[in-house]
Design a protein around this ligand. Sequence first.
Ligand code: UT7
Length: 326
Amino acid sequence: MIRAVLTGTGSALPARRVSNAELAEQVDTSDEWIVERTGIRFRHIAGEDETTATLARDAATAAIAAAGLTAGDIDLIVLATATPDNTFPATATKVQAMLGIDDCVAFDVAAVCSGFLYAVQVADSMIRAGAHRRALVIGAETFSRILDWEDRTTCVLFGDGAGAIVLEARDSVDDVADAGARGILATRLHADGRHNGLLYVDGGPSTTGTVGKLRMKGREVFRHAVVNLAAVMEEALQATGLPTDAVDWVVPHQANARILDATARKLSLPSEKVVVTVDQHANTSAASVPLALDQAVRDGRILPGHLVVLEAMGGGFTWGAAIIRM
Ligand code: UT7
């Protein structure tokens, strides 16, 4: 049986780091409100020469090096973003060109904050079907470009960045629940389009002909997030037959520290097992899970053999979880 094994991670952040105090000089907010309601202290904001594609390229380059590969080894690029460089072509093809890969399959996935989870399931399925052997899965965003910088209820919450992983096809005889079964063990995705109006961008090529700005009814998104995330993590774990206490790390979507706490509590997961980067990066949408994953791998917390749960929820609504043995 073929399994998609994670062999490298990478991430990239814009050079400019912006504190809450700096934002409070532009909009009617305070460091105290932002920290208390969200846990966010800093976010990185892309400069003129930084785009979703350049951040994705840098994260991908780091992931390919960590996997001990060269760019030419990659035969599939799946890039999750809600902030592509252009309406088309897909940002994945721009990254392909930047990496100097002559021929591979490359496309974008749009599922907003859960985009990376969607991209992982797509790449995993294509690898297990035998169509590809070495995939680059990227989450990259420049949400600063779609924020309404006069709306304090949204502009303080988001940041820019990118994260990437390399997935490689490996033959495996181990059952999913065996400790020797490395790779993506289960994924679960959901969408419920009835909630389009709670988190959306008020423009687009086929409606206004403009890019538009992000709009969110935060309190309602919050309520759905805790319920949906706890449910989908349980569902994905159940698919592996592994108990909750077998989980070494949860790498959640980094939207709000209070969502992370509430979700962990719902599943009786100790907070020491939850990777938190929301304080440093804010919400980077599709980039947030691979960014946090790369950080925890590079600082030596997540180790080979560890059982890791990834989860995210965002506009659509869309949400999902993946269980990976590193
Ligand atoms: O990535 C996709 C998923 N997104 C999320 O998961 C976001 C989910 N939602 C949230 O994280 C939270 O709902 C927010 C952080 C967005 C808001 O926190 P909240 O505790 O739900 O606050 P609220 O919206 O109920 O607002 C409370 C008060 C309001 O004032 P009044 O009406 O009570 O007088 C707001 O006007 O806080 C006010 N407020 C602010 N004050 C200072 C809202 N934004 C700010 C701000 N600074 N930036």
